[in-house]
Design a protein around this ligand. Structure first.
Ligand code: PLP
Length: 394
């Protein structure tokens, strides 16, 4: 079984580039150039240098002693929460902005739901002095005011998507429309392992720095470059793809992906795509998505904005269907409980998204001798309002 993308952009049955003809030129230009550019010494030197000096990498692999005692096993936290801007997303936006520069693009567009990818994109555009336009649903603009303010302060223009449900999928449609209208000077910066080929592969490569660092950090701490289990939350799937990447072909490593069950998979308030979704095309890629009987995308729900996405990237659809990955879910409430627990035991306030990965500890079998890595994708500052508001409900 192969878990890397093939020539046609597929992971098993999933992936590809299902795009309107008018996007063919843009996507093809990217496909023809990305590997040669990002594998060049010149690119790698600048990428690694920025990850070190600007993002603050390598992030620690922290042995969580009290959490380990509680579960009677060995738990390491990969501290992506300590990156500049507070999450893993910046690994990808740094990579893509360097690529855009080398392709002589002058104008960067992106869409965002919660605003986190918008902030990570606006950050690197400020750094590189490039024009930045962020599409965001009108409803999301109201819900995510602090992130909108950050993007504006960073110099981005935030454009409201006013059609449909006025959320992420509508913002995506607007961004694609913009790209069709501006095929020469504009670069479309996608925030997860989603979208038409080559985006899923490209984003996974940029995020693979996570498991690349884990290998040497685990050797130092455990004498072996791989853990028994890697656990990560899945929205689109980029932090999980990065944490799994160098272990995809190592059968000794169990890959555990945690989706957001929301209020529960039996309700219609869920974002657990592999549990309630089916095969279809979203964002130019064949994958699993949440849709109604007419093939229209249904609105997901999760307490964490970053997991509130109605699909998963094609790599994850393949990991799920092939059985290579174990997919489980955590509800809003289970994630909250896990967040309070980590905070009390380790003095680390996790992002609500990452709390779903932590909640997996209550749902899987753990052995005393095992080494487990949980990818702590982001920090909880952005979620304080939710944490304080929900505290009395637990
Ligand atoms: C955006 C986000 C996620 C979900 O995105 P993936 O592409 O699935 O990683 C998870 N955690 C945090 C902190 C995020 O900001």
């Amino acid at each position: 079984m192969n878990f890397k993308v093939n020539e046609q952009g597929f992971y098993g049955d999933f992936g590809g580039a299902f795009i309107p003809e008018m996007l063919y030129h843009n996507v093809n230009e990217l496909k023809e150039n990305y590997l040669q550019i990002i594998e060049s010494d010149d690119f790698q030197t600048e990428f690694k240098d920025l990850l070190k000096e600007y993002v603050g990498r390598p992030t620690p692999l922290y042995f969580a002693k009290r959490l380990s005692e509680k579960y009677n096993t060995n738990i390491f936290l990969k501290r992506e929460d300590l990156n500049h801007t507070g999450a893993h997303k910046i690994n990808n936006t740094i990579g893509q902005i360097l690529l855009a520069k080398r392709m002589n693009k002058k104008r960067i567009i992106a869409e965002t739901g919660a605003g986190q990818h918008g902030v990570a994109t606006a950050t690197v555009c400020a750094l590189m002095n490039l024009e930045c336009i962020i599409y965001m649903g009108e409803v999301d603009i109201k819900r995510q005011a602090p992130n909108v303010a950050r993007m504006k302060m960073l110099g981005a223009e935030v454009r409201a998507a006013t059609s449909g449900s006025k959320t992420l999928k509508d913002a995506t449609n607007e961004a694609i429309r913009d790209w069709i209208a501006n095929p020469v000077d504009t670069y479309y910066l996608i925030g997860s392992v989603v979208g038409p080929h080559p985006y899923p592969d490209m984003v996974a490569r940029f995020q693979s720095i996570i498991s690349e660092e884990m290998k040497s950090q685990l050797i130092e701490k455990t004498g072996r470059n791989y853990p028994d289990k890697v656990i990560a939350c899945v929205g689109g799937g980029s932090n999980a793809a990065g944490a799994f990447y160098h272990y995809l072909d190592n059968d000794k490593v169990e890959l555990i992906a945690v989706e957001a069950d929301g209020l529960g998979v039996k309700t219609d308030k869920t974002a657990a795509t592999t549990q309630v979704g089916s095969e279809g095309i979203i964002h130019g890629s064949k994958t699993l998505l949440m849709q109604n009987s007419e093939g229209q995308i249904t609105e997901p729900h999760s307490i964490s904005a970053g997991l509130d996405y109605p699909g998963v990237g094609p790599l994850h659809a393949h990991l799920f269907k092939s059985g290579r990955g174990s997919f489980i879910g955590a509800t809003d409430k289970e994630a909250l409980t896990a967040a309070y627990q980590l905070t009390k035991l380790e003095g680390i306030i996790p992002a609500l998204e990452s709390s779903h990965a932590l909640a997996a500890l209550n749902k899987i079998e753990l052995k005393q001798t095992e080494n487990i890595v949980i990818n702590l994708s982001g920090r909880g500052d952005k979620d304080m309002e939710t944490y304080i508001g929900e505290m009395s409900n637990l």
